[in-house]
Design a protein around this ligand. Sequence first.
Ligand code: 1HE
Length: 258
Amino acid sequence: MTTQDIQLEVRGAIAIVRLTRPSKRNAISDALVLAIRDTFERLPGSVRAAVLDGEGEHFCAGLDLSELQERDAGAGLLHSRMWHKALDCVQYGPVPVIAALHGAVVGGGLELASACHVRVADESTFYALPEGSRGIFVGGGGSVRIPRLIGAARMTDMMLTGRVYNAQDGERAGFAQYLVPQGTAFDKALELAERVAQNAPLTNYALMHALPRIAEQPADQGFFTEALMAAIAQSAPEAKERVRAFLEKRADKVKRAE
Ligand code: 1HE
């Protein structure tokens, strides 16, 4: 399927969602943000995990700045809320999303990446929030999600000073969980998505929906929500079978990290 600068390919249990607007560095127009919303909202029921990447030399150059001038304050508010809805469809959609990052991951592109559940970056990746120098502010949920990855102090520095993080520093700061050689982010993301797709769906659901909410709750409520989620997950027949498989030596042990 191809809709408005985005492509969806389903390979078995994996959905591959690709921004396909390389001539504009995958800048996100209104049409594209709506297409992102629709794509994640309507993933086929057979899909268990998704990979999100961008065609061309850059993952995403952020907001399509050519559309900015047409908006007054009221339209700007609605525009930002449209982004929130679309990126919520990524974060709280049906399946975990692994972002495959390369080149520019800037502005709204970083906001989009931060709505994904795992980020894999190759060595060409760089991260920036040029909103600070363009006289604007983040509007795609970045002020909520990005500090949770790297802390408010780093985000403040990026927006005040225009600091750009390269791939290595970005991984250390917490933007990405994996740093891989140039040109291999997609392959690594696909490998991870295939692994994620094998988890019990309820475990993936708990990680996507319970964990971020628990992080918002006071400790006492967080512990209670955790107990509820744990009880629900454990009661699923699939969980019981997986535990039985381990006890009967049919399942893999945890291996030492290399
Ligand atoms: C764009 C955009 C865009 C490229 N909106 N058209 N984001 C930014 O401030 C980042 C702006 N972009 C850049 O800094 C650079 O384009 C890149 C570092 C991403 C890539 O550089 P490069 O040399 O590979 O490409 P280029 O020659 O700069 O751009 C190629 C074309 O894409 C060119 O158009 P052309 O018609 O002259 O060929 C660019 O104008 C166009 N292009 N980026 C529109 N962003 C929810 S609120 C979020 C707020 C934000 O995201 S603000 C940050 C916006």
